[in-house]
Design a protein around this ligand. Structure first.
Ligand code: ADP
Ligand code: GN1
Ligand code: MG
Length: 362
């Protein structure tokens, strides 16, 4: 996190209404820094989200912002005429120099959005209705971006969901053992290594490239406080070309288990079938029109694969000494890895039933 002086100073570079009256760190992201900014405007307080892009992860923040400029403009054009259209898409607040982002003296990149009021994100889903809403919103997001005019979006993190490359990175982290932790995590290493054969399945299935979100965590969709309906898909840093099913899979990973991603009591981690069913129904309602037969075939599998992939990434980062994901306690990445692997097991046990459900929904 930046120190307080920096954040106020950065905020002055954006076209906010009124003087900044307060700011505070916001959200639970593992990569970027997010702040809630409150300004004293003439017609009452105005609230904004101000974010600092992590350059260690996004090597070309300007490329991230150019993608986001195009994506938000396209989504906004599609929302024209809808009720409450301004709440339905993120809208970049220009910097004072007219650009859609600000680079500070240290070369760090910042961007801002209006805070979407009367809506919030949740770390875990508590009902099938919430799961349905999230999946329908992410499916709609893919559908709305299907006709984004050329050129192709930039690959802001190349091979982001290339599971075999993530597997190779884990093997390298095991061999390097930079933090001397490999000896302490043998069961987790065994778990990952024994599943190598599935890592290339989606990439090898001839699935079409689409514009995808690539980080469809349940906490990346805002749900309306009153109606519970999905209002807006957020966290657009990783929107780029990808496979639709990695998006669906990440919904399974983050929505079907009642436990937090870093829960230590693994008995709480389980794939709840009714929530999976709600995800499939919600996703098919919005994305069913464009999904191919091959994509449908791997819907259930995708949840298992990305849960394994993210578990592998947490394990590799634990072995490397926690250099990528933010950690807030010792062993944090290992705890996260363990929940992922427990969830993979839970999916494996229910996979046949999950597949039957997808088939029955046509
Ligand atoms: P990260 O990449 O760190 O996860 P996000 O863009 O997801 O960052 O933002 C972190 C949190 O801030 C979100 O989970 C959400 O609660 C909140 N948030 C982000 N953008 C908005 C917005 N425009 N309106 C309301 N809340 C937002
Ligand atoms: C990171 O930034 P955040 O918390 O939304 C990560 C995702 C992982 C996720 C695991 C750019 O997302 O890929 O799935 O953590 N984002 C990046 O919770 O690596
Ligand atoms: Mg997020």
């Amino acid at each position: 996190m930046k120190d307080s002086l920096d954040v106020r100073d950065v905020a002055r570079h954006f076209q906010f209404h009124g003087e900044v009256s307060s700011f505070a760190p916001h959200g639970n992201g593992h990569i970027n820094d997010t702040y809630l900014i409150t300004c004293r405007a003439s017609n009452g307080p105005a609230r904004y989200i101000l974010q600092h892009i992590n350059r260690k992860v996004f090597h070309d923040p300007a490329a991230v912002m150019r993608n986001i400029e195009r994506v938000t403009a396209h989504l906004a054009a599609q929302a024209v005429g809808e009720s409450a259209s301004v709440r339905r898409t993120l809208r970049l607040i220009p910097a004072c120099d007219g650009k859609n982002w600000h680079v500070d003296e240290a070369g760090e990149t910042w961007r801002a959005y209006p805070l979407i009021e009367n809506a919030r994100t949740y770390e875990t889903a508590t009902s099938a209705g919430q799961a349905f809403q999230a999946a329908r919103a992410f499916g709609r997001f893919q559908q709305q971006l299907a006709d984004l005019p050329a050129p192709r979006l930039l690959d802001t993190i190349p091979d982001f969901h290339h599971t075999p490359k993530r597997f190779t990175a884990l093997e390298q982290a095991i061999a390097a053992d930079a933090a001397s932790r490999a000896g302490l995590v043998q069961p987790e290493i065994e778990f990952a290594l024994s599943r190598q054969s599935i890592t290339g399945v989606l990439l090898g299935a001839g699935l079409p490239e689409r514009i995808t979100h690539n980080d469809t965590k349940f906490n990346n969709v805002l749900l309306d406080d009153t109606t519970g309906e999905a209002v807006c898909v957020i966290d657009l840093d990783t929107v780029m070309p990808g496979l639709a099913l990695y998006d669906f899979g990440d919904m399974v990973r983050t929505t079907t288990s009642p436990a937090d991603e870093d829960e230590r009591d693994l008995s709480k981690v389980t794939m709840q079938f009714p929530l999976f069913e709600a995800l499939v129904r919600g996703y098919i309602e919005s994305a069913g029109g464009f999904l191919t037969a091959a994509e449908r075939q791997y819907i259930a599998f995708s949840g298992k694969l990305i849960t394994l992939e993210i578990g592998i990434r947490f394990l590799a980062d634990h072995l490397a000494g926690d250099t990528y994901f933010k950690v807030h306690r010792e062993g944090h990445n290992l705890d996260r890895c363990r929940t992922q692997f427990k969830l993979v097991e839970s999916i494996e046990m229910q996979e046949e039933k999950m597949n039957r459900l997808v088939e029955s929904l046509g």
